[in-house]
Ligand binder design. Sequence first.
Ligand code: SAM
Length: 212
Amino acid sequence: MYERSRAEMVEKYVIEQGVEDPRIIKAMLKIPRHEFVDQALAHQAYKGKSLPIAGGQTISHPTTVAWMTDLLELGGEERILEIGTGSGYQAAVLAEIGVKVFSIERLPELARRTQTLLERLGYYSVGIKIGDGTVGWNAHAPYDRIIVTAASPGVPENLFNQLKESGRMIIPVGEKSQQKLLIITKENNQVHILGDYNRSFVPLIGKEGWTL
Ligand code: SAM
């Protein structure tokens, strides 16, 4: 179902936007994105849009997902911490590449719904925890990569501490309305910013994020 729309989405919003990694292309050609949104929005799932999901949240734009995945520079064997599970689409893309994903979502109902969906689709390599992702998931630390899919006022210290030395974190940092997507690496326990891009995300709510 929707194969043609999916191929058009990948052509226009992944390949034409400069993402060339065949693993990301293959994953996004395969994953049924329409399953990650409400049935009423299924016909819009392959457009170049972020769409509303439960809890007033959003599934990220397909270009954002492809691009953030690309920026992680994955070998394929990494252990990744994702903050902001949301619909689970980003986690599914990572799982298709073969990495182990630990994902945290603060909204319990959304987290449960996504867990059920990911299990139904066979993504057993994604572990989901309900809670405040700004404090990380210490039990499985350190992580090779950390991807934060909501906007933060700064780089949460707990997340930086749970990143491996030479590990990489992709995180939108800035004001609530506008942020820079930062690519960070950890060298000698110091933050090194490798690059930044203007982007806009929903707020990260939590101890080291924004207050409600
Ligand atoms: N990765 C998601 C996807 O593929 O659909 C997109 C997620 S959406 C842009 C951001 C998510 O971050 C929302 O589901 C929101 O509830 C969640 N969030 C916000 N603050 C959080 C926090 N402190 N810890 C965990 N999740 C948080």
